[in-house]
Design a protein. Structure first.
Length: 101
């Protein structure tokens, strides 16, 4: 579907600049992070289960945000982000400890 839209709307630009015309390191980095995240999520669901999937998704969002801040400089975390980060990490640790007996 996306390829059809590119051909219909941007064929001349793609012909002049190539399919990857206008890409910079941020676009390539975002594509690689998304692909790697998808592969890691699939492996985690296969070997760990759905409950761990929720926690790993939360942790991956947090890590991606921090990488975006420090490597790309295009994200500025606020107090709500840090609160959500604390809750996600605390819930992961509490789940790992298990129920008291």
């Amino acid at each position: 579907n996306a390829l059809i839209i590119v051909v219909l709307e941007d064929a001349s630009t793609v012909y002049e600049q190539g399919f990857f015309g206008g890409f910079d390191y941020r676009v390539v980095y975002a594509i690689l992070m998304t692909a790697l995240g998808g592969l890691l999520c699939a492996m985690m669901l296969k070997y760990a289960g759905a409950t761990h999937g929720c926690f790993s998704t939360a942790i991956s969002i947090i890590l991606t945000a921090f990488v975006s801040e420090f490597l790309l400089g295009d994200f500025t975390p606020d107090l709500l982000f840090f609160l959500g980060t604390f809750v996600a990490i605390a819930s992961t640790f509490l789940f790992t400890l298990g129920f008291p007996e």
